[in-house]
Design a protein around this ligand. Sequence first.
Ligand code: DAH
Length: 379
Amino acid sequence: MQDLESLKRKWTAAIGAADSGAALDAVRVEALGRKGEITLLLKSVAELAHEERREEGTRRNALKLEIAAAIEARALALTDAELDSRLAADRIDVTLPARPEREGRLHPITQTLDEIVAIFGEMGFSVAEGPDIEDDFHNFTALNIPPEHPARQMHDTFYVDAASIGRPANPDARGGASGPLDAGESNITRVLRTHTSPVQIRAMQSTKPPLRIIAPGRTYRSDSDMTHTPMFHQVEGLVVDETTHMGHLKGCLTDFCRAYFGVADLKLRFRPSFFPFTEPSAEVDIGCSRKGGELKIGAGDDWLEILGCGMVHPKVLAICGIDPTRYQGFAFGMGIERIAMLKYGIPDLRTFFEGDLRWLRHYGFAGFDVPTLTGGLAR
Ligand code: DAH
């Protein structure tokens, strides 16, 4: 008769010694495979004397089940252990600082945008967007710039030949459907938006007042020199409700400029101006000094123009379906590169878009320094 106890000890030890999935598999085959020791032992029950078969068969079967269960348990333990060791081997310490030579920098435009959003976000503004490829209506007509208006010439507009290019594959690029143009659509004049002001129109058309938005984004004009690039960025602001007046406009922009330039007593001058979509309109200058050819913001008696603004023209409200006898508001627009150049002392606008890594390392910002009003805006 077989000594089942010593067999059980032997196989239990072999199972325990198997230190990988492959080793355990080999043990399984030797014990329980078609020609495995336990399998053959069970088969040989048939050779026993008739009266022994039943009892011995039950014992050998119990041994087989025990060995199978032990293999199963070992397999589970091994998978866990393998996973643990893989996890330990793959472990990386994400708290380590980035290697300095690999650390990317945020472009000054990104940084300035984040600062603008942080400041206006704190004042309760939310961010709105519109398409870069605009139609004539949103870019001009709805802003009270009818066809033949001289302001259209001043914008150096890039016209988009919609009929020849069809619709862009990405509908977000112009805020509409994609696919081929419908008949009639090809009659619409499309332009690369010359300013972010059309986002005012889209916001007023899609949302009932009260409205309080800023709309940062790319803008385009056919112009290129030290202070102009064909693509640049603007941020638009719009507030519409039943009570907002010019005093709120002045307070809002004063707070913004003081926070952005980090000069608590920065002087601002609101100079009467003209924009077709605001009445009255103003341009805002900030106090500066140009002594010795060096520009200092917030000191001296000189002035530097930084943005345009005004009370939303009643015609613009009406065209967007907002009752101008009940609602009023203010709007403003400024160039992002311009205020970035002023704050960070960047002399040439064109360098923003040259993609020169040395420039980016010099003028760029660390990615983890997220600007907030409480935590500080820049380095
Ligand atoms: N859209 C104007 C431009 O590009 C800037 C501007 C002026 C925007 C006055 C406004 C505003 O919203 O009220 O020159």
